[in-house]
Every structure is written in structure tokens, then in C-alpha cells.
Design a protein around this ligand. Structure first.
Ligand SMILES: Cc1cc2nc3c(=O)[nH]c(=O)nc-3n(C[C@H](O)[C@H](O)[C@H](O)COP(=O)(O)OP(=O)(O)OC[C@H]3O[C@@H](n4cnc5c(N)ncnc54)[C@H](O)[C@@H]3O)c2cc1C
Length: 295
């Protein structure tokens, strides 16, 4: 069996006996005659803001994180503009940083308990995926009323992918993804909810787009979270949807996250930066920003 709901999983995770991380080997034998060179970084595609890869960069980031911003993690992790999360996900996903070593170093520090809870989410989705390997293609929780009726709307899907939905906080998230190969967790939730709940588009489209662009893209965490938001997965409240405007008011109160990624709106003050369609028509037209698909 496996845990279907996170909270009992977390309780067990928290009290389980932890092993010591493996010790680093004294020496590593590599085949002769190979010049490893530098890590390949020639082409970041359009993701110009992608972080540098590799173990050294990951470990440096982990140390700086543990000694600094971790202490404010519990209060700040949802604030879009402050960007105070570890950004270790891609290093964890590629094994550049050990989650066990990270958890052991973090747990007793201020902010550590909340941080470890997030690390446990990743493990949670991995054990769900071990039990349900089709998580990237099939609904984990099939509807009792037969197949779900997802909307077919290629134009809306394209607008969502391009960050041109006309909902600033959604567009900011989608543009962060393109620019950095990363998106803040709160923005992932808002953009995923907007696609699946507001536009009614199948989560598989969103999952595939994220998989293509996220540096931390991983079947278990990506599909597990998509299904959680879409209400087809492990969410104990599957009917819950996020209102993007309320989310924006709460987690990007001054509009700085939108300002960073949606330059057309940078001159606007809050609250108009989140609702540009409420501006007088003449002003709105100057912005070269689309009307909302849905508000
Ligand atoms: C629709 C959607 C898709 C997602 N796709 C992925 C994905 O492909 N790969 C991925 O690693 N995370 C995914 N996440 C989870 C989360 O958004 C990222 O792990 C987090 O934003 C990474 O930033 P960070 O390293 O600064 O996180 P921090 O807040 O610093 O958290 C530390 C670590 O905990 C883990 N973690 C945090 N939140 C979650 C979560 N909700 N689910 C699983 N693990 C979590 C990650 O390993 C993360 O690096 C997704 C979330 C959503 C809503």
C-alpha cells in the first residue's frame, strides 16, 4: 500500500529513523584519457535566467540557504516577490544535493521544520508514483461519473503558455517559467488552477508544458502537483479552486512580482497592476496587454 494523503505521511516521515548520508569515497576512479572539461552551458534556449548546474553550485546554494534565508522560510515562502525559497529543486532533482543531508542540516534550525515538510512533499509524490506509475497520463482519482469533460480551447491554451491570458499574476508566472526554467511554487499553483479550473483545460497539457521548461521537471512532483491542483489526485479537498485575483492580492500585494515579469504593466500601481481591465479604455489601450480570457 501507499499513503494517499500527505498529513499522515508527513507524521510518519517526521518520526522515522533517519540513516546517516553515505560518506564521500576517499577516491573516485575514472577511465584514463578523458578530459571532462566544464559543464556544458552553451545553449540555455530561451531560459536565459536558468541557474548554473552541478554539484558545486548546488552545495554553495544549499550552504547559503541554510545559513541565511531559511530562518524566514515559514513566513515568506508564499510571497511571490520576495522569492525567499531555496531554489534547490533542480539540484535535488538531478542528485547534485542530497535531500537527506539537507534535511539533517535544516531540521533543528529556525524555519527547518517547515522546510523539511516541503522536502517531504517530494518524497510523498514519489511513493504515490511508485504505487501509481501512470501518474503522468492517467487520473489518479478517476471520476465516479465517467471521463471528465475537459474544454478543447487551443487559443486559450496557447495564450496560457505564452503568458498572454490577460490575468497579470498568471502571465507573470508563465513568463518566469520561460525566462528562468523555474516558477515560484505559489505561481505554479495559481497558473495550474487557472488552466484546469478556470479555463477547464485538461491538466495533461499543463503538465507537459511544465515538463518541457522546468529545470526541476520531474514526473512524480510535476504530475502529482498538477493532479493535486486539478482535483484528480491526492488533494483531500478536490473541489477547491484558487481565485487568481484573491491570490494576487494576498501573495503579490504591491504587484512587484508582476512588475518583474510583465514589463508592459510595470508603470501601474496596485491594485490596477492586477486588474488592468479596470483602467479607462484609452490608458488600457496604451499598455499593449491583452484583455482577460476570464476574470
Ligand atoms: C503544478 C505544479 C508543478 C510542480 N512541478 C514540480 C516539478 O516538476 N519538480 C519539483 O521538484 N517540484 C515541482 N513542484 C513543487 C514546487 O513548486 C517546487 O518544488 C518548488 O517551487 C521549487 O522551488 P524551491 O526549490 O525554491 O522550493 P522550496 O520551497 O525551497 O522547497 C524545498 C524543496 O522541497 C520540495 N518541494 C517543495 N514544494 C513541493 C511540492 N509542492 N511538491 C513536491 N516537492 C516540493 C522541492 O524539492 C523543493 O526544492 C510543482 C508544483 C506545482 C503546483
Amino acid at each position: 500500500g501507499h499513503y494517499r494523503i500527505f498529513t499522515p505521511y508527513w507524521r510518519t516521515w517526521r518520526t522515522a529513523a533517519w540513516r546517516q548520508p553515505c560518506r564521500a569515497p576517499e577516491t573516485v576512479s575514472v577511465p584514463a584519457g578523458i578530459e571532462p572539461g566544464d559543464l556544458p552551458f552553451p545553449d540555455r534556449g530561451s531560459s536565459a535566467g536558468l541557474l548554473p548546474g552541478g554539484e558545486r553550485a548546488g552545495r554553495d546554494r544549499a550552504t547559503a540557504w541554510l545559513d541565511g534565508p531559511l530562518k524566514a522560510y515559514g513566513d515568506e515562502r508564499d510571497l511571490l516577490a520576495s522569492d525567499e525559497t531555496s531554489r534547490l529543486s533542480a539540484y535535488l532533482r538531478f542528485g547534485c544535493v542530497s535531500p537527506l543531508a539537507l534535511a539533517q542540516a535544516a531540521l533543528s534550525r529556525p524555519g527547518g521544520e517547515e522546510f523539511c515538510r516541503q522536502l517531504a512533499w517530494c518524497d510523498f509524490f514519489h511513493q504515490v508514483t511508485a504505487a501509481f506509475p501512470d501518474i503522468g497520463t492517467e487520473d489518479y482519482r478517476p471520476s465516479p461519473h465517467g471521463p471528465r469533460n475537459w474544454a478543447e480551447d487551443p487559443d486559450a491554451l496557447d495564450a496560457w503558455r505564452a503568458g498572454r491570458t490577460g490575468i497579470p499574476v498568471v502571465d507573470a508566472g508563465m513568463r518566469q517559467l520561460t525566462a528562468e526554467g523555474f516558477m515560484h511554487n505559489r505561481a505554479r499553483m495559481i497558473t495550474a488552477s487557472f488552466l484546469t479550473r478556470t479555463l477547464g483545460i485538461d491538466w495533461r497539457h499543463g503538465y507537459r508544458h511544465f515538463r518541457e521548461l522546468l529545470a526541476d521537471g520531474d514526473v512524480a512532483c510535476n504530475a502529482g502537483n498538477w493532479q493535486w491542483v486539478a482535483g484528480t489526485g491526492n488533494n483531500p479537498r478536490p473541489g477547491r479552486m484558487l481565485n487568481p485575483l484573491r491570490q494576487a492580492a494576498r501573495f503579490d500585494h504591491d504587484g512587484d512580482y508582476v512588475r518583474r515579469y510583465v514589463p508592459e504593466l510595470a508603470s501601474l500601481a496596485a491594485p490596477y497592476i492586477h486588474t488592468p481591465w479596470k483602467l479607462p479604455t484609452a490608458h488600457r489601450k496604451q499598455l499593449n496587454y491583452p484583455d482577460p480570457l476570464s476574470a
